[in-house]
Design a protein around this ligand. Structure first.
Ligand SMILES: *Cc1c(COP(=O)(O)O)cnc(C)c1O
Length: 397
């Protein structure tokens, strides 16, 4: 039996974000240990046989079990309010794990058309194996309902979307999934459990790119799937054991320590993003601002309900002057990092039409609303006045 941390009954989420994991080793370390070991030693052959037969719970081999990874999984599961969690090598490996663990040829998936580009491609790739995916509106639950088939096994949503910050109604989708005998999975990358807890709204599974806010300082690539303990144990642990998209202990350790500060970072970065969004709305060189925390956002009320009253830390806007206008703003910055990554303490700035959405045709981009003047800012922890001044340089030109 792998022991639990001795915490008083009913402690709060922030306490678990700092304390959940495994008991310390015999050395009494206060910061969690990094177990860089591929395998674990057994006291005798009899014990080894029991452990390999799954008759005794113990760490055997780091492809499917490592104490540092377990600490990260327990801490993230606590924050998401799910019984279980399994760490994966990346966010995309988490989505691959979902497909391999839950679906077979002949099954059908309903997915938002506004999810991460690689997620769309991954679901499309599985058409080769007889798993068909219907892509539907991010914001209209009626389209999800209409796409349901008797063989629909999974609904997949990501909210808010990138870069338009469109919001899915998680509770409405959970209802559609339940009525259709399917599971709802939510990619909770943009809000993180600090702001949005999909399981409390009825989602069955939560997918994470730990690369983003969970690490929070842009250091590692990591991922996870959270869900009911039995589902994780029966559907996903066997896939991990045979397919091996394992999270490295080092990357797990970085995410584990990142989770301790997740809530304070999300609050501080979201507060800065709200201030920046209000400021952008007042700039004559800005045509439009996309941010769920603004009353002008078409789904402001839903977002506030679903995201703990917060808009998150990602703000997009359309600069006057189309592509030249957007490039002018980006190139005039001296602080913001020009990179498509997000979820960092360093503010990042990107031109979605030529980077994350560069492989779409211009017609597809126009239909999706990702115009050439659009700029996305993932707000970090710098002084927000300095980020405003950084954007002002290009907007004033
Ligand atoms: C980055 C990202 C992913 C993929 O995560 P990786 O860790 O890069 O594999 C999935 N979903 C969303 C919303 C993301 O932003």
């Amino acid at each position: 039996m792998i022991p639990k941390v001795d915490l008083p009954e009913g402690v709060g989420l922030q306490t678990r974000a700092v304390r959940e994991g495994l008991p310390p080793t015999a050395w009494g370390e206060n910061s969690e240990a990094l177990f860089l070991t591929s395998s674990f030693v057994h006291p005798d052959a009899e014990t080894a046989a029991r452990r390999f037969a799954n008759e005794e719970e113990a760490f055997v081999y780091s492809r499917f079990g490592n104490p540092t990874v377990t600490m990260m999984e327990r801490r993230l599961a606590a924050l998401e309010g799910t019984g279980g969690c399994i760490g994966t090598a990346s966010g995309m490996a988490a989505i691959l794990m979902l497909i391999l663990g839950l679906l077979k040829g002949g099954d059908h998936v309903v997915c938002s058309q506004s999810v991460f580009g690689s997620t769309i491609r991954l679901f499309q790739d599985f058409a080769r194996f007889g798993i068909e995916t219907s892509f539907v509106s991010q914001t209209d639950p009626a389209q999800w309902q209409a796409a349901m088939r008797p063989n629909t096994k999974l609904l997949f949503a990501e909210t808010p979307s990138n870069p338009l910050t469109e919001v899915c109604d998680i509770a409405a989708l959970a209802e559609i999934a339940r009525a259709g005998g399917a599971l709802l999975a939510v990619d909770n990358c943009f809000c993180s459990p600090a702001l949005q807890r999909p399981a409390a709204l009825g989602a069955d599974l939560i997918v994470h790119s730990g690369t983003k806010y969970l690490d929070g300082q842009g250091r590692v690539v990591a991922g996870a799937v959270c869900g009911p303990e039995a589902l994780i144990a029966t559907k996903f642990v066997p896939v991990m054991r045979s397919a091996g998209m394992s999270l490295s202990p080092f990357n797990a350790w970085v995410v584990l320590k990142g989770l301790e500060t997740l809530a304070v970072r999300m609050q501080a970065q979201s507060a800065r993003a709200l201030q920046l969004a209000h400021w952008l709305e007042a700039q004559p060189a800005v045509e439009r601002v996309y941010y769920p925390g603004l009353p002008s956002h078409p789904q402001h009320a839903l977002a506030m309900r679903q995201q703990s009253g917060s808009g998150g830390a990602v703000v997009s806007f359309v600069a006057r002057g189309a592509r030249a206008g957007a490039f002018g703003v980006i190139d005039a910055t001296r602080i913001c990092s020009i990179t498509a990554n997000l979820g960092d303490t360093k503010t990042t700035i990107t031109h979605p039409a030529s980077t994350s959405h560069g492989r779409l045709t211009e017609a597809q981009r126009q239909a999706a609303g990702i115009v050439q003047g659009m700029v996305r800012v993932a707000v970090g922890l710098e002084d927000v006045e300095d980020i405003q001044a950084d954007l002002q340089r290009g907007l004033a030109a």
